[in-house]
Ligand binder design. Structure first.
Ligand SMILES: [Fe+2]
Ligand SMILES: [Fe+2]
Length: 168
């Protein structure tokens, strides 16, 4: 199962379309949740689950450090709610990362995480992103900042040992 090649590699961030890059991550996360819940093979589940958690962590770090700060400059009231939801998702992710893939509690926790993430990314796409796209924001500058952050993020992750089941 080739699930690694879909992740953006170092420097591949599309600088002219930063919002599209976030939507691409969302679409990939939705697909990985579907694949995880459909997978019958324990090894596939372990791979998909680990990959999904890594994608969500990277996406959240990118948004929190290189996207939400720019949104906050635009309108400080826009990001608090989304950051709180990131905090809730991170607690579930940390619990899942500490768990064996075949733990019977893993699937119900992945279902809770899927529900939380779906609500969150739908709200970003339907409420937050349109406001940013309509705002007078320098998208190229935002894209370059996000690309630079993502390059550092990928470099840092590849230098430290992966969590069990995470192949990044
Ligand atoms: Fe988010
Ligand atoms: Fe997002």
């Amino acid at each position: 199962m080739d699930i690694d090649s879909r992740m953006r590699q170092r420097g591949e961030f599309p600088t002219e379309q930063p919002i599209e890059a976030l939507k691409t991550d969302h679409a990939y996360a939705r697909e990985l949740f579907d694949s995880y819940f459909q997978a019958k093979d324990a090894g596939d589940r372990k791979d998909l689950g680990g990959h999904l958690l890594a994608l969500l962590e990277m996406h959240a770090e990118l948004e929190e450090n290189a996207f939400y700060p720019r949104v906050r400059e635009l309108d400080p009231s826009l990001v608090g709610h989304f950051e709180e939801e990131h905090g809730e998702a991170r607690r579930l992710i940390d619990t899942l990362k500490a768990m064996d893939a075949d733990d019977p509690q893993a699937e119900p926790l992945f279902r809770r995480l899927a529900g939380a993430i779906t609500t969150h990314v739908d709200a970003e796409e339907q409420q937050l992103f349109p406001k940013i796209e309509q705002a007078n924001l320098d998208m190229d500058a935002l894209g370059r900042e996000m690309q630079a952050y993502e390059i550092r993020l990928i470099a840092a992750r590849t230098q430290r040992p992966a969590a069990p089941g995470v192949r990044l």
